[in-house]
Design a protein. Sequence first.
Length: 627
Amino acid sequence: MPITGCAYYPEHWPRERWKQDAEIMRKAGLSVVRMGEFAWDKFEPQPGKYDFAWMDEAIDILSQEGLKIVMCTPTATPPPWLLTQHPEILRVEPNGVRVSAGGRRHSCANVPAYLRHSRRLVDTFTRHYGSHPAIIGWQIDNEFGCGETTRCYCDHCRQRFQEWLLEKYDTLDTLNAAWGTQFWGMTYSDWSEIPIPGITTEPQSPGMRLDYRRFSSDSWVRFQQMQVEFLRQNAPGRWITHNFMIRHWSLDYWKLAEDLDFVSYDNYPHGLRGPAETAMNLDLMRSLKRKPFWIMEQQPGRVNWHPYNPPVPPGQVKAWSHQNIAHGAEAVVYFRFRAARFGQEQYHDGLLKWDGSFDQGYFEAQEVADDIKNVPPLTRPQAKIGIIFDYEDLWTVELEPVHRDFSYWQLVYELYQHFWEASIPVDFLPRAADLTGYETVILPCGILQHEGEAEKWSAWVEKGGKLILTFRTAVREPGSIAVNEALPAGFTSLTGARVTGFHTAPPATYTDWPDHRPGTAVISPQGSSIAYKIWAETLETTSGESLFTYKDGMLAGKTAITHRRFGKGSVVYLGCWVTDFEPILGSFKKKPLQEYLLNGEDGSTWRITFDTADFSVQYEQVESGTS
C-alpha cells in the first residue's frame, strides 16, 4: 500500500522523549522516518572525529516501534569548524560579496575543501549505516538549489567553468562562433580570459550566461554523482533519492534525476495558484523517471516563509496527501513531526505543536493512513498527452524574455491547466523523449534548436501523432545565437508555414504606443474570436492552412495559427499566446471533481476521486486484480 511517514530530528529533542515520539508516530499509522540531513556538526563535531552513537540509539528506538528509516547525507550544512578553516567554501554572489555562515546551502560545489570533506564524510557515514537493517533508503543532501543557491561566482567557479568550456567546445574558435563573441568585440584568445556572470554596465553575452547556467547545474549533478557512487558501494540494496523542489529552476532536473532510483518532491502548495499548479508539479516529478515517486516533505499546516502565511483549512492536509497518491506518489512524508522550538523555522507547523500536543495535521495524517491501509501500491499509467518541459529553454527565455510578462513556466501551466480541468492525464517529457504511445505532444516555446529533432518528430507525426508547436520555437542555436534560416528553424516543411515577423503585445493598460499595437484578438474563418496576449507572430503558409488570422490592430488579416495534415497525423503552429486554448488543444468537458485511474500492483484498477472544494476523497476499485 502507499505509505506515510515524517521528518524527525532526534537531535532537537531530549533523549527521554524519543520513545514517546516513536509511539505517537506508530499510533498515527506512520511507517517511515526521515532523519539526518542537517546534522553534520553532530556527526563530526571535530575534524575527523565522528559520533554516530546518538543516531544509533534513535534508530533503535524508532525501529522497535516498527518504523523504517530514510537516512540523509548531511552535506547541506557544513559545520562551523569547517567554514572557519575554509571560509572559501561560502558562496559568492554576482556582486562579488561572499555570503555569511549561519544559514544552509551556503556552500559552493566547486571549492576543493568542500568536496574533499564531503567525500570523507559521506564515505565514513555510509560505511557506518550502509547495511543497517532498519534503513531502507537514502536521501542525498537536501533540496539542491534551495534559496537560489545553485550558482556561485567565486574564483574556483570561474576556473572550473573555463575547464568545463574546454571540455565542451574543445577549441576557442568553436566557442567564439557558438557565442558570437565578435559582438561588442569580446573574442577570446585564451581560456583564462573568459569571465563569469557579474555586475556590468550592459548585459553580458547570452551564450556565456546560458552556458554558466548549464555549468552550475552540472556542478551539483556531479556533486550528487559523487555521493551516489559511495552509496552504491557502501549501502548495497538500498534505494537512493533526492528531494526536489518546484519554482527553483536553476537545476536541470532531468539530469539530476538520472542517477537516482526514484525522485522525491517537497510539496508545499501554499503560495501556488491552487490545486491545478500543485497537480502540475506532481506530474512533473513523476515524469522525471516515469515511475512512482515519494513526497519527502508534505506541508502539514501553516508555513513560515511566504509574505502571508494563512491557516490551512480543515481537511486540506488530507486532500493534499491523497492528491499526491493520485498523481503517482507511493509515500507521503510529513515535514515535520513536531514544530521546532528554536531556529529559523519556529513558525512552520508540524504534526505536533511546540509543546508536543497534537496539531490538526496529526489527525489528518492519521486519517490518510487509515484511508489507504487496504489500497495496493499504485502506478499512474502513461498518459496520451505529453508536454515537453526543458530547463535550457526556460533559462534561455529567462535571460531574454523580451516582454516583461513572458514566463516559460506560465505558458506551460496554462497548457497543462486546460487538461487538468477535464481530468485528462498529462506526462511531461524531455526534448529527447521517445514519443511512442502519445497521441498529442506539445512543445511550448522550444526556443533552442536540437539537431535531428525535426526528423524524429516528423516520423512520429506521419504515423498518426498530433504535434503542437508554439511561438518562439527553434529560434536559437544551442549557443544562444539566432538561427540562420526561416522560423521555426528545421520545422517549416513539417508545419507548412514559416514565421514572417514577431511582435510583443503590451497589456491594455499600457498607453505609450497606441498606434503600434499588434492587436487584441484572432478570428477563425467561422467567426470565432480568441483574445491573445504577450507575444504575436505573423505566419505565411506554404503547404499548411490558416486556422486563425489576426482580427485587429496592425496585424489585422495576417495569419496567426496554422494547421497541416502530415501523413496520418497533423501539426499545429500556434503563433500567438491565446487566452483560450480550447480551439487548439480540443474541447473537453470540465469536471467538477478530479478523477484519476491508477493501476494496482496486483493487477487491479483504482479510481481516486476528490473534490478540491470540500476536500472529500473516495477510493474505488473498479477492476479486481489477478494476483
